[in-house]
Design a protein around this ligand. Structure first.
Ligand SMILES: [Zn+2]
Length: 295
């Protein structure tokens, strides 16, 4: 008997039916020909879903998008020029296994960090854009994420063009401790300077935007928008309930709830985003014209 038979003899028979690959199910990334909507449970062609900016054709559910997909769907074709793409995190606190985890995420996401920054155009309007990607360390904010966002804001300031940020984050990066929290102050100061110089800041919160990111640059736009159904939160429900000793409504950390309570300016479907942003950029550009429809 061969040695390998010793180990396979009592194994259960291989299942005959197909299983969904764990990675696909976890990331909501539509692979294969058909995709099932987690909200309405209807099945559609993946190709058509992608063509529809990954918005469910039946119920409007917004699937998660990575940075590359956002660039493709939001900026004019071929207009994106990335900046600071080679910046990588070190392990300042010697946190166990941090460097290995970063390397693993680099390979998985094909990104060097959880935010992609650069310049591009939306219907011809020049902007600096920062796009967070939840597939890298859950989009958490470490020193490099904070630095890249700050440099992008400064770039917008230098060029006197609007700054647009798409947030998606699990919050501060625990492996960088207090250094991670300091990014909240650093990015906020950069935005304030940019704002004082007349800069336009547009924040688009996507699912999920939480922790220190929701409490800093995500909420500091001249316009604070969100995608439908996005989870936007600072702390988890249990922590808040324990500290205020009150029960919270079921939907209190959704974009829809925040809009109702004045925390957001609008919820914009991904389908309408380019058109809406084009209008805003037109209104704000020097010499821009706003058609007056009143009396
Ligand atoms: Zn659906």
């Amino acid at each position: 008997m061969a040695l390998k038979d010793l180990f396979t003899k009592n194994q259960p028979k291989k299942k005959k039916y197909a299983t969904i690959p764990a990675e696909t199910a976890k990331n909501d990334v539509p692979e294969g020909i058909m995709t099932k909507c987690p909200s309405c449970k209807k099945i559609m062609y993946t190709k058509e879903l992608v063509k529809n900016a990954k918005v469910c054709l039946h119920c409007g559910f917004h699937f998660q998008m990575n940075a590359a997909e956002r660039i493709d769907s939001f900026l004019d074709e071929g207009s994106f020029v990335e900046i600071n793409e080679n910046m990588v995190s070190e392990n300042p606190l010697n946190f166990p296994d941090y460097l290995e985890k970063l390397e693993k995420d680099r390979q998985k996401s094909k990104l060097n960090e959880a935010v992609v920054t650069g310049m591009g155009t939306v219907n011809g309007h020049k902007i600096v854009v920062a796009i967070m990607d939840a597939s890298f360390r859950m989009g958490s904010m470490g020193s490099v994420v904070g630095e890249k966002i700050t440099l992008a804001i400064e770039k917008a300031d230098d060029l006197s063009i609007p700054f647009v940020i798409f947030t998606a984050s699990g919050g501060a990066r625990m492996q960088e401790g207090a250094l991670s929290l300091m990014q909240m102050a650093k990015t906020s100061v950069a935005l304030k300077k940019f704002s004082n110089n007349g800069g336009l800041i547009i924040s688009i919160m996507t699912h999920p935007t939480t922790g220190g990111v929701s409490a800093s640059f995500a909420s500091l736009g001249d316009y604070n928008f969100a995608e439908p159904g996005a989870l936007i939160a600072f702390a988890g429900r249990r922590v808040i309930e324990q500290s205020i000793r009150e029960e919270l409504p079921e939907d209190f950390q959704t974009a829809e709830f925040l809009l109702k309570h004045g925390q957001l300016d609008a919820i914009i479907s991904r389908i309408d985003l380019v058109e809406n942003l084009t209008n805003i950029l037109e209104i704000h550009q020097p010499g821009g014209e706003l058609e007056w429809q009143g009396n």
